[in-house]
Structures are given as C-alpha cells and as structure tokens.
Write a protein that binds this ligand. Structure first.
Ligand code: NAG
Ligand code: NAG
Ligand code: NAG
Length: 730
C-alpha cells in the first residue's frame, strides 16, 4: 500500500482520508492501493495523483554579526517595531513552549486577524500558547499511515517537540531577548531571534521517521488559512518536478496569498547540484559561518598542534598529561573500516580503555561516535574528516572530551600515529586543549562546507541558493526532553543548544523577512527576496572574496547565490525586482510544464500558456539574478537576452546608472544604461544581452563564469549576479 495525494475531492467518495486541503491546494490525501490509484486517475475530477514522499530536517551572536544592533535604538529593529504584528509559521518538529525565548512579556494582544488555534495533545495544553507563541498544531496522519501508530514513549502526539530542531529554528526566527544565555558556558551573551517581537505559530510535521508530504501540505494549508505572514521551512528531500513536490505546491499557494516562504537549501554540500527547495517562488537559503568559533586543539606527542572545534562542557583531560591515542581500536593501521568509524559495538574496550580514540566521520552521528568511545572506556575522541567533508568543521556538545579536525589535520595525526607506533620507545600520544569561545574570527563569513550548492537541478535558468545566512554554531532554545548531543543516553538538560545546518540559516531569513514586511507592508514575497538579494555581499570581514570552508578557495555564486544577507541594506534597496503569480505561471509554461502540471501547482482551473510567449524563455522570469545555460551544439557564437523590470522603492526623481561586470569571456550590454524615475512605485524596463563564443570542453563537461550588473543612484547599490554556463553535450 502506497498512499497518495490527489487533487479535487470527489462528491460522494469517502476513501480513508488522511487530510483534506482547501487553502493552498484543493484535494485530499488518502492511503490507496495501486489499483485504486489507476481507477481514480480515470475520473474526470481528478487532475493528478501524487505519491507520498518523506523529507527530513536539515540539521547568539548572529544578530550582532548581521548588524542588528539593539542598543543604538536605530536601525532595522526599531523601524519595524521588531515586527510585533507579524506572525511567523514554523513548519518543523514542534515546540517546547516553556523556553524563556518564547515568553510574552510586554507584547500586545494577539493580532485580531489571527485565526489559528493552540491544539492540545499529550503534555501540551491549549493554555501552552501565549501572546508570543500564538498558535500550535500537529499533523501526523500521513506519518502514521506509512509507519503505523507512533511510539508515545518517544514522541508526543501534540505540538510538543521531542527532537529539538523545531524549538531551535523557531527561536532563531523570533526568540525573545534572554540574558545570560550559553551552552555550558560557550557562546555566553544575550540570546535573541531575528525578529524578537514577531509572533510564532508552530506546525509540527516532522516525527521520528521524517516529515511526510501529505502532512507538510496540511501544515501549509493551515498556516495560510490561520493568517501567518512568513513560513519558515527547514525541511527538504530529493528534488522532483514542482507538480510532484508538496513543498513547491504548498509554497506556491502561500506566496500566491502574500505569504513569504523561506526554506533551507539542504546540507548536501560541498558537491554541485545538491541544492533543494529550488522553486523560484521560494527563497532558498544556504549557510555561512559567523565570526565566532570554539577552538579545541589536538596536541600530539611530537609537539605538533592540530586545530579543531568542540562544545564539550564537562571536566577536561588532566592538564599537561599526554594520553595514548589509538585508531581503529588498535595503534596500527589495518583494514578495520567499520571500527575506524566508531560504530556501536565496534570498539574493543581492552584496546581503548584510558585512551584517546581517533574516529573517522561518517555513517553514525558525530556525537554518537563519542558515546561509543565513552562506553568502551575511552577518555577522549578526535573526530577526523575524510576527503568528502574536507576542512568543514562542526562543533558538538560531546558526552566526553572530544574535538573535530579537518581532513588535512586528520591526515597529519594518522601519519604521526603510524610513524610513532613503529617505534617501540615512543608510542603515539595526544591530548585535547579546550580554548572556549573565540570571537572576531577572520575570515567570516565563510560558506559552510555542508551548505548545498547550485546549479539548480530542476530549473537551471534560476540561480539557487538565493542567499546565505548564519548557519554554523548557532545558539538557540532547546527542549528538556533531549540532551544537547541529541543521543538518547544523554540526559543533560539545557535551555540553549548550539547547532549547525542550513536549517539554522533559513529561520534567520524568515525573521528578517518579518522585519522587512513590518517596515514595508506593501512588499510582495518577491520584493522582500529581491531586497535581500540585491543588497547581499560577497566579501568577508577581511575585505576579500568570501571563501569556501571545504577547500579554503574562493567561493562562487553557485555556493552563495547573490551573497550573504545584509539586513540594514535590505531595508532600503532602492529598486526591487517584483514577480506576480502570473509571472510564475509564464515561467512554468516556458519550462515546458504541461497545462495539467501547471494547474496542479497553481490551482488555476484555466491555466493558459499563450501569455508566456511574451516572456519568451524561462530565464526571463523577473528574478534578481540572471542565469543562462548555453548548449554548445557545434556553435561558435552564442547569445541570450533577458528582459527585466525594476520598481523604484527609493526616492522620487532618482537616476540610476548601470555598471556591468561581464562574466569572463562574455560580452554583456544593458539598454538603456540609465533609468530615470520620477515617482516612487514607478516601473522601468531594461534589456540585457549576453554574447559569448564556444570554449573547448570535453563531452558532458561544463564551464561556469559569473559577473554582475549593478544599478546605482549614488545612494543605493542594486546588484544582480549574471551567470553564464557553457555545456558541451555528450
Ligand atoms: C517505544 O519506545 C521505547 C523506548 O525506546 C521502547 O522501549 C518500547 O519498546 C517502544 N514501544 C513500542 C511499542 O515499540
Ligand atoms: C583550489 O584552488 C587551487 C588553485 O586555483 C586549485 O589548484 C585547486 O584545485 C582548488 N581546490 C579545489 C578543491 O577546488
Ligand atoms: C521546451 O521545448 C522546446 C520545444 O521542444 C525546446 O526548444 C525548449 O528548449 C524547451 N525548453 C526547456 C526549458 O526545456
């Protein structure tokens, strides 16, 4: 039995319904046999039948790092009254409502237009909501239809969070000021979300076995009809065509109703084509570092020091003492693949007792490896990246003294161990020195190694991710139910935990979108995204091009999109690239989706692609970035054009002049080169032509070059990336 989402409810039919939908989608979900599906598909009222899919979550100094100063009384937070009339809906693992981050001190009454509810359930009363957390619901019918009844000793049949992810993301978007906040003394300071006065509504869709599309769609439906302004979704899965993708369908319905949707890009980096949640109406967020880290260095018996990071908070190793260090449960090499991963039961206590164990990253969770070492009697752990993770480091709240080192550091340690273990007189030794919290780290931001990258696998003519935001080592609220390492045996209780992922980057943008919407209530979702993109930056705090954590090399638009968000500048972008629902329909037409497929996404009964001819091609969607992919079928000269429309949201009587930075090997022209606006709200068009000559490439290979076009009036700078890819057909 597979179960399916279908469009349009049939009169007089009552299949085993999981959910019915009527806001962002018209239809129902039900558990059906294949025969039933085939029968349903022949019925005239059924437009489409979509198979169920499972998704997964993409697992505070960040406000200061983003320039959201609160002491000077000016700036974005002030101008938007902290977003107090806005509601952010967080579709995630639920919420732990008692956290201080969700207190409702000094907040006015719940906005009168709010239609949401505080659904009660296990360990969650309807009084668990307040003027901060104004709504909470849970959706598990799809989950239980696939997995059977949930185990109520490990999860709550209610909006309460038994995982931690949803509590963490909600407090990043809109947590109140809490002081002092820290995790075992790390990252001590004031904790605050991006929009500390915005209201929150939690929509729980993720359970122990994942987040099911039929439940996700039900959450979108409820959130939009409840009246949220922003939806934050740190969840994703494989990329499929939009008409088969509940997240793309639900978010189109939300954006069509004026709701901003931000979603995490995914943690599948650093490889290319890994970005998820790529629909052009979604704002797709990758992760960067902030200027804070948690150094914990490995000191080797030969005096060498390898730098690492850790959030270990218990008693340290004996100062000055060197410990024997072992790999694969032995001090030699050997072909013990599974033991070097420190999987459960793989370590021999006789070999590990009293020693530091070197474990390779992969398969089981980073913190779980520490638990395996601890149970086998080890005193410490060094977690070494392989080539796949490169130099990208993630700090964890380990259950024993432990640190994470990069691939090159790991190689250095292995080389030392292998040399030392050959000499009987000086067997390999090491210790870990925990250095606490370091701030003002340079360079920052750096694109996080795990952050998923372009090109966009579904719509190559739309650059994704759109932007990056802080997503490494983010301090935010955490439930009592889960220890900070996330492993079941960890019974420590903490108010705040530090996590990394594009899951953490996405709610930063959700909170910022609420602030921008509070300050500019008339802006559409596309306008908010445009403001974030055209003001984003690509240089770090050394004034150099942002680098990629995985290689240490300069990063590219495929890693960061338009760049890192700059909230203060996004407040006053000067010009915006706006997009209507009709423009998105033209985009779908030009992407060769059938009318039926388009109807599934847009719910418009009479989808019509005749207007799309005006737009010409999918790359003409009025997006704030410009992307073209040339197929070199033996051609020598290739060219493309883009039409764009900008709306003046700055000052009346302003004159913008263009600066063109063509991608290497291309020629780019813009007409006109000067835009003269008389009024605020006025729209003007311009035409961009890109010309290039073929380059020598192996069959199937491609070459990407990027540049930008910049409109400036002396006060505002409006930057759009221009991306040109040459592809040699196979
Ligand atoms: C539920 O989970 C608990 C804790 O993991 C376990 O002991 C119990 O056997 C599970 N119950 C069922 C019905 O699977
Ligand atoms: C980093 O840049 C160097 C110099 O351009 C290049 O040789 C190397 O291949 C790059 N490394 C990666 C992993 O891209
Ligand atoms: C759509 O189909 C037309 C005609 O087959 C083709 O020329 C065009 O390249 C296709 N566009 C996309 C985006 O696949």
């Amino acid at each position: 039995m597979v179960h399916f989402l279908s469009l349009l409810l049939l009169p007089g039919t009552t299949p085993l319904l999981l959910h019915t939908y009527d806001t962002v989608f018209h239809g129902f979900s039900a558990k059906l046999s294949l025969t039933e599906v085939l029968k349903l598909q022949t019925l005239p009222h059924i437009i489409a039948v979509i198979p169920e899919r499972v998704r997964h979550v993409h697992t505070t100094r960040s406000p200061q790092f983003l320039g959201l100063k609160t002491t000077d009384g000016a700036g974005l937070l002030k101008e938007s009254d902290f977003g107090s009339d806005l509601v952010i809906g967080v579709i995630d693992t639920g919420i732990w409502p008692e956290r201080q981050s969700f207190n409702d001190r000094d907040l006015g009454p719940v906005p009168s237009r709010w239609k949401g509810v505080c659904a009660s359930g296990r360990d969650f009363a309807s009084s668990s909501c307040n003027r901060k957390l104004i709504g909470a619901r849970y959706f598990c019918n799809g989950y239980e239809a696939t997995n059977g009844k949930m185990n109520e000793t490990t999860e709550y049949r209610s909006p309460r969070d038994s995982d931690g992810h949803g509590t963490h993301t909600a407090s990043i978007a809109a947590g109140r000021y809490v002081f002092p906040a820290s995790t075992f003394g790390y990252a001590r300071g004031v904790a605050a979300g991006m929009a500390p006065k915005a209201r929150l509504a939690a929509y729980k869709v993720c359970w122990n076995a994942g987040c099911y599309d039929s439940d996700i769609l039900a959450a979108f439906d409820a959130a939009v009809s409840d009246g949220v302004d922003v939806i934050s979704l740190s969840v994703g899965g494989v990329v499929v065509p939009y008409y088969l993708d509940a997240i793309a369908i639900g978010s189109f319905g939300a954006v069509d109703r004026g709701v901003f949707v931000s979603a995490s890009a995914g943690n599948g980096g650093p490889g290319g084509l890994t970005v998820t949640n790529v629909a052009p109406w979604v704002t797709t967020v990758g992760a960067g570092t902030i200027d804070r880290d948690f150094p914990a260095d490995v000191k080797l018996g030969n005096g060498k020091v390898v730098s690492g990071v850790s959030l270990y908070g218990g008693p340290g190793l004996a100062p000055g003492k060197m410990y024997p260090v072992v790999y694969s449960g032995s001090s030699g090499g050997g072909d013990e693949y599974s033991s070097s991963l420190c999987l459960d039961g793989s370590l021999d206590p006789k070999l590990v007792e009293g020693k530091i164990v070197l474990c390779d990253r992969g398969i089981n969770s980073r913190a779980a490896k520490g638990d395996v070492v601890k149970k086998a009697g080890g005193v410490g752990m060094i977690l070494a990246n392989g080539a796949f993770d490169g130099e990208g480091l993630v700090a964890d709240c380990h259950v024993l003294p432990a640190t994470a080192v990069g691939a090159s550091g790991g190689d250095e340690i292995r080389k030392y161990m292998s040399a030392a273990s050959k000499s009987k007189s000086s067997p390999p030794t090491a210790t870990i020195v925990f250095r606490g919290t370091r701030v003002n780290v340079r360079p920052a931001p750096v694109v996080a190694s795990f952050s998923a990258r372009g090109p966009n696998p579904e719509s190559p003519e739309i650059l994704k991710p759109d932007v990056i935001a802080p997503g490494l080592n983010i301090l935010a609220a955490w439930p009592d139910k889960v220890g900070p390492s996330g492993i079941p045996s960890d019974r420590r209780k903490i108010e705040f935990n530090i996590l990394s992922g594009t899951s953490m980057a996405c709610p930063h943008v959700s909170g910022l979108a609420a602030l921008l919407k509070a300050a500019h209530p008339e802006w559409s979702s596309a306008a908010i995204r445009s403001a974030l993109m055209t003001t984003a930056y690509t240089v770090d705090n050394r004034g150099e091009e942002m680098i990629d954590e995985s290689t240490g090399n300069v990063s590219t638009v495929l890693d960061y999109g338009a760049g890192h968000v700059h909230p203060q500048k996004a407040m006053h972008p000067g010009l915006i690239y706006d997009i209507s629902s009709f423009d998105y329909m033209d985009f779908l037409c030009n992407s060769n989706y059938t009318l039926t497929n388009i109807q599934v996404v847009t719910r418009r009964r009479n989808a019509d692609c005749s207007g799309a001819k005006r737009a010409g091609h999918a790359g003409n969607l009025n997006y704030p970035s410009l992307t073209v992919v040339f197929q070199q079928y033996g051609k020598h000269q290739m060219s493309a054009h883009f039409i764009r429309t900008v709306t003046n949201v700055g000052d009346a009587n302003s004159v913008y002049k263009v600066t063109i930075r063509p991608p290497g090997g291309t020629s780019v022209t813009v007409q006109p080169e000067k835009l003269v606006f008389r009024r605020v709200g006025q729209k003007l068009n311009f035409l961009v032509r890109v010309e290039t000559t073929a380059v020598k490439l192996a069959p199937g290979a491609s070459s990407m070059k990027s540049g930008s076009i910049i409109w400036a009036d002396g006060k505002h700078t409006v930057t759009s990336p221009v991306v040109v890819t040459m592809q040699q057909p196979l």
